[in-house]
Design a protein around this ligand. Structure first.
Ligand SMILES: [Zn+2]
Length: 418
């Protein structure tokens, strides 16, 4: 049993990444098919072939596009809990992912990184202070016209490189390891058809986070509210004392929402918010859609109560007006699940330390596939993959951060086997 820090690995993650990003795998929220775009299947099928080539004989893709494969346990380690590693292949619909031209900026020294396909566009340390920790590393950007796709092809490349490393080093003891690649994460459907039973892991890790050492074990709990204001229509020339305009009820409600705190524009860290994101309607009827976010589920109840009180206050002076409120659960903080399995986080922390990193706990101000998997019965925190400025033409990663992520995966497998 080795508690010492391992030597840094040089892996195939960087070269794999450069190949994977040239395939356009953008997902599409307008699509009703699954996966939402057929082009994601090109990479998913390629991953199956590469997994088989490296010796993961059971690699397969199901009818929804999910890729799963096994790295068998080393001799005598069949009793170790099965752990899984998961990443998504799709890229954000917000920015083009077609004809990505990755550029490796070798041996970064603080210079501006020029993106040649868009004059004037450059990655500068002054604007992106995280770059200061990358001196000497090989930074990868896109060329200025597209996103890069580090979210989450960095995670895909790291898991692939780790699988290759483990299969080539049978002397490193580990239990059964399962690998999963998913489509459609960016449009919120990444786990829609994920077959937990077929995956067969007891615990899993997504590799889909930003900075070296980041360990994400909590995320927002989230609900959606729809408020329907009913007014009373009349001919506007003869409406005196009779008309109640639902548009004005909705507008008055939005106006009364707290602005200092409780809103996305004025909160960060562990603060939650109430966010009106859509409003539509006419004189008779107007709807306002809101997002509720809080790290504690009871905090969502408090926020729903604030909304209800405000809305009822708005309609109260008008006997012919009313408001109806519908609340739908979106997702929950995975910490509620992970707190019951502290060993999942303990092993991640140990693995990072053995890879020479200082683990940093970060909260996700959004959802993650790992949160959904956790509530489906597969506890799944999120680990750094080295992706920065995601969903942007300034997206970047570094070869050395990817190699570190591979090392963390390898150390995680070893830690669980001890
Ligand atoms: Zn992602």
């Amino acid at each position: 049993m080795s508690q010492t820090v391992s030597q840094p690995l040089t892996t195939s993650a960087g070269s794999r990444f450069l190949r994977y990003v040239t395939l356009d795998t953008q997902s599409d929220e307008q699509s009703e098919s699954y996966p939402s775009t057929a082009k994601q299947l090109v990479l998913l099928n390629q991953l199956v072939a590469e997994l088989k080539d490296m010796g993961a004989a059971d690699a397969e893709i199901d009818r929804f596009g999910y890729v799963m494969a096994t790295i068998p346990a080393t001799p005598g380690k069949g009793h170790v809990p099965v752990i899984g590693f998961v990443a998504h292949v799709d890229t954000s619909p917000d920015v083009s992912g077609a004809n990505v031209r990755p550029i490796v900026h070798k041996n970064y020294d603080g210079r501006d990184l020029i993106l040649p396909d868009e004059p004037g566009l450059a990655l500068r340390e002054a604007d992106h202070p995280e770059l200061a920790h990358q001196r000497g590393n090989d930074i990868i950007t896109a060329s200025g016209r597209t996103l890069l796709g580090a979210d989450d092809k960095a995670g895909v490349a790291e898991i692939m490189a780790a699988a290759e490393y483990l299969l080539a080093h049978p002397e490193l003891a580990h239990g059964t390891v399962r690998i999963g690649f998913t489509p459609d994460e960016e449009i919120g459907r990444g786990t829609q058809h994920f077959d937990i039973a077929r995956f067969g892991a007891r615990y899993a890790y997504t590799l889909d986070g930003p900075t070296l050492g980041d360990l994400e074990v909590e995320n927002f709990s989230a609900d959606a509210l729809t408020l329907t204001f009913k007014g009373f229509s009349a001919h506007p020339g003869y409406a005196k004392g009779r008309m109640v305009n639902a548009i004005k009820l909705a507008a008055e409600f939005v106006h009364r929402l707290p602005r200092h705190g409780l809103s996305p524009e004025t909160t960060d860290g562990y603060e939650g918010f109430v966010h009106p994101h859509q409003i539509q309607g006419g004189v008779e009827r107007a709807t306002v859609r809101l997002l509720l976010r809080d790290f504690a589920t009871h905090g969502l109840d408090d926020k729903a109560e604030v909304v209800r009180t405000l809305a009822e206050d708005v309609v109260r002076p008008f006997p012919s007006a009313s408001v109806a409120i519908e609340r739908h659960e979106s997702y929950r903080n995975m910490k509620e699940v992970l707190d019951r399995y502290p060993e999942v986080v303990t092993h991640a922390r140990t693995a990072m330390q053995r890879a020479g990193l200082t683990p940093r706990f970060r909260e996700i101000r959004g959802g993650t596939d790992g949160a959904r998997l956790s509530f489906m019965g597969l506890p799944t925190p999120n680990l750094f993959a080295g992706e920065h400025n995601i969903h942007s033409r300034l997206e970047w990663t570094s070869v050395q951060d990817m190699d570190k992520a591979v090392q963390v995966i390898v150390e995680l497998c070893r830690s669980w086997a001890e």
